[in-house]
Design a protein around this ligand. Sequence first.
Ligand code: ADP
Length: 192
Amino acid sequence: MINIVLFGPPGAGKGTQAEKLAEKYNLFHISTGDVFRYNMKNETELGKLAKSYIDKGELVPDDVTIKMLVDTIEKHPESDGYIFDGFPRTIDQAKALDKILLERGTSINMMLALDVEEEELKQRLKKRALDSGRADDADPEIIQNRINVYLEETYPLKEFYKEQGKFVKIDGHGSIDDITERLYDSIDSILA
Ligand code: ADP
């Protein structure tokens, strides 16, 4: 079993790359952003609650997010591992994830951190806004808020995984395929 945290700021390309990694290594791809958006679209109670945070570029509270993650894992127990995309985003989420995996006799193998400079991120999000229909991509102020929240609450997770010897930085510039190759190389090196 191999469990990967795919990490990086909004617009780093986590979703695109996670799909490729999930396919190649037969991992179950969990995107907390996608699960929230699915619930928002279907106007569930969870969706309504999440929307009030997401539309402002804030994080959904930890207790809600962690419960949703456990529910998702429990629905898919039989994959060769998981790729976590957009989770954890806080230290408390990371601690909860360690506990959840430990209870299932497994753990995180590595955090692959996509490194992309801020101007490039803003350009990508602006472009994505044209076809994603995401309210949180459309407004520069909300984008800035998401980047600020990332720097304050999520960026410190690097240290959390560094201390565990699991942090791997990946250059997130260049073509989608180039970045995918870099990710494959890192994963293959721990599988070898
Ligand atoms: P991006 O990486 O482009 O910001 P995501 O699809 O991962 O997009 O997340 C969209 C929004 O969903 C976030 O800005 C946040 O409000 C919410 N969200 C997603 N994952 C989490 C999480 N693990 N904890 C709290 N909020 C989350």
